[in-house]
Write a protein that binds this ligand. Structure first.
Ligand code: AMP
Ligand code: MG
Length: 415
């Protein structure tokens, strides 16, 4: 009897468990966008570095401005980057700008709007007094040196890079990006940019998977497609170096020309094969030896995806993602949201289904509505390319009516 199909969640867990977490490397902060912090980021500096004014106005002593209106003598200016060096003497004030240090002795910022003066005059009439902390940014009110600013394992974005720069960082420890080699197999495949004969098709999987894995935080290494020929396959694998994960497409099924499955079955590097999933059932996970040295051990993880572009795309979003995230020290589990199903669906069989569909925001409930595409034919690349979400229909799910709450994965998270 055939081995039972592996549940998707088990396959994700087994793949993640088998991955090696990438070592740390130091990069310039300006190159750290999208990289995963490998240590907690600790503030080197304090912000603000001193008590500073939050507004343009005058720095004064509270005890001088209790009886209003009153007049203070203007002694000079504290500008951002050019602080006033002297303490504020009784009955005096200095002009102050936003971000300028508050001179010693001053404990009030009177905003410009609450004063009156002639242009040339050194007499400033104070019309309204602020409370003690109004318009003042206290030293360290944002963060102090030594504070943990961003946790280890965070994927850095522009806001966080700005914070790290403000805190005195210009180089960061991040996880090295895993290198993902992508190898399509199929004698019918030609590279994008070539004119296929009637018996050929353009290999579109590599460009799709390369883009997806780059967005997940890996370095994509797309390779030219190879024909369904064992020597070509072994040569391509022998030519690889510095690969953290090999993703192959095509040849994963049980046909006579399905080389990847054949190679892995004959070999003790096979971890598992065939997933209870639609699309994506024939996927293979294992380890192989890469490079030409005979001593090479079978230590490079390999995901053998079905060649069908929709299947290989869905498997990339679920399993290649799980592998990459595990290598980056992140959770491999897909991020799902709730949505309201708009149509009826029949009961499901033993394969967890990833249905392509469209989403529409419903303002009344604050939830997205999910409408599956009429055809779930995994040969339809155009539908997959234009779909907005994948709905996960669990194995053995009972029939669902329109209005049911379902789990979806957004396909365009950046939109
Ligand atoms: P296979 O998994 O090798 O049986 O391939 C399944 C289907 O996907 C066949 O119709 C192949 O022609 C097609 N296919 C395989 N590899 C690719 C690829 N790299 N790009 C586009 N289509 C492919
Ligand atoms: Mg094939």
């Amino acid at each position: 009897m055939r081995k039972p199909l592996i549940p998707v969640s088990e396959a994700i867990a087994r793949i993640a468990e088998a991955m090696r977490v990438m070592p740390k490397e130091e990069v310039s902060l300006s190159d750290a966008s999208g990289r995963i912090l490998a240590d907690d980021a600790i503030a080197i500096l304090t912000n603000p570095p001193q008590d500073q004014s939050a507004m343009d106005g005058y720095a004064a002593r509270g005890e001088d401005i209790t009886d209003l209106p009153c007049v203070l003598h203007l002694k000079g200016e504290s500008a951002a980057g050019h602080p006033w060096p002297d303490p504020i003497a009784p009955g005096t004030c200095v002009r102050i700008s936003t971000g300028a240090n508050i001179p010693d002795g001053a404990d009030r910022i009177v905003i410009l709007e609450n004063t009156r003066s002639d242009h040339s005059s050194e007499q400033i009439e104070i019309l309204e007094a602020p409370s003690q902390d109004q318009f003042i940014r206290r030293k360290g009110q944002d963060f102090h040196s030594g504070d943990v600013l961003i946790k280890n394992g965070t994927r850095l974005n522009g806001r966080q890079m700005g914070l790290l720069a403000a805190a005195g960082h210009h180089r960061m420890m991040v996880r090295r990006k895993p290198v993902v080699a992508i190898l399509s197999t199929g004698s019918e495949l030609v590279e994008p940019g070539t004119n296929p004969s009637a018996a050929q098709i353009i290999s579109s999987n590599s460009i799709m998977i390369a883009e997806m894995v780059a967005a997940m935080g890996a370095t994509a290494m797309p390779l030219p497609p190879i024909p369904d020929n064992e020597n070509a396959l072994l040569d391509a694998i022998a030519g690889l170096t510095h690969v953290d994960l090999l993703v192959m497409t095509g040849g994963a099924s049980v046909g006579k020309h399905d080389l990847v499955a054949g190679m892995m079955k004959d070999h003790d590097g096979l971890d598992f094969w065939r997933i209870a999933m639609r699309p994506g059932k024939p996927m293979i996970f294992g380890h192989i030896a890469i490079g030409s040295a005979p001593s090479e051990a079978a230590t490079t993880p390999l995901l053998g995806l079905p060649g069908n572009p929709v299947s290989s795309g869905v498997c990339t979003l679920i399993f290649v993602r799980a592998a990459i995230r595990a290598m980056l020290g992140l959770s491999p589990v897909p991020v799902t949201r709730k949505a309201i199903l708009t149509t009826d669906l029949p009961a499901n069989d033993q394969r967890e289904e990833y249905m392509r569909g469209m989403i529409q925001y419903d303002a009344a409930t604050g939830l997205d509505h999910f409408t599956p595409l009429l055809s779930q034919d995994s040969g339809k690349m155009k539908d997959f390319a234009l779909a907005e979400a994948l709905m996960i229909r669990p194995a053995h799910a009972t029939a669902l009516g329109g209005g049911s709450i379902v789990d979806i994965i957004y396909l365009n998270p950046g939109d």
